[in-house]
Design a protein around this ligand. Structure first.
Ligand SMILES: Nc1nc2c(ncn2[C@@H]2O[C@H](COP(=O)(O)OP(=O)(O)OP(=O)(O)O)[C@@H](O)[C@H]2O)c(=O)[nH]1
Ligand SMILES: [Mg+2]
Length: 172
């Protein structure tokens, strides 16, 4: 999830065979898109790309947040922050607040932070950000094909951790 134009659909298009609509205007994505991510062997998982979220979305601004009902069963969330917004912390806090206002359950899911459009920065870096509970903070560039393998591997690792956690819960 992320603000309009953050690069969500572009990310899905470079890590899966999905071909979502991509454009440099806000609210290009109107419905969630799904893509299957394939790791180097037979390991696969599904990623959902959803419409953009703006401040006030939980009160109906932009496309609202009703589309989030489609991802209620997702195991983990990713918050995408384009590097060129500069106010990274503010961006993260606002997105988290909108999700929390929509659903405490969704907000409590494991999440990570992804800085996108790193090619616009000119050098490799990951901003420091206070993201309590995030399982990771990553940076990527879709056109530069940067950070994508690391991201896929990290997501896979997190899914394994979650699976183990669930197995543990069932045993008790
Ligand atoms: N330079 C650069 N541009 C990017 C990158 N990722 C996406 N873009 C551009 O940013 C614009 C928006 O990309 P989308 O993938 O459509 O963004 P989105 O987050 O899906 O936007 P919505 O569907 O409106 O919420 C497009 O013009 C993309 O080409 C990136 O890593 N680097
Ligand atoms: Mg999109």
């Amino acid at each position: 999830m992320g603000q309009p134009n953050a690069g969500k659909s572009t990310l899905l298009s470079v890590i899966s065979a999905a071909r979502p609509k991509i454009a440099d205007y806000p609210f290009t994505t109107l419905q969630p898109n799904l893509g299957v991510v394939q790791l180097s062997d037979h390991r696969t998982f599904v990623v959902a790309d959803i419409p953009g979220i703006i401040e006030g979305a939980s009160e109906g601004k932009g496309l609202g947040l009703q589309f989030l009902r489609h991802i209620e069963r997702t195991r983990a969330l990713a918050f995408l922050i384009p590097i060129d917004v500069l106010e990274w912390q503010d961006e993260y806090d606002k997105l988290r607040a909108e999700i929390a206002a929509y659903s405490a359950e969704l907000a409590a899911k494991p999440h990570c932070v992804i800085f996108s459009k790193l090619d616009l920065w000119g050098e490799q870096m990951t901003p420091e950000i206070n993201a309590p509970g995030a399982f990771g903070i990553y940076s990527i560039s879709a056109p530069g094909r940067m950070g994508l393998d690391e991201l896929k591997a990290a997501w896979w690792g997190e899914l394994l951790v979650l699976k183990k956690g669930l197995a543990g819960e069932k045993k008790q």
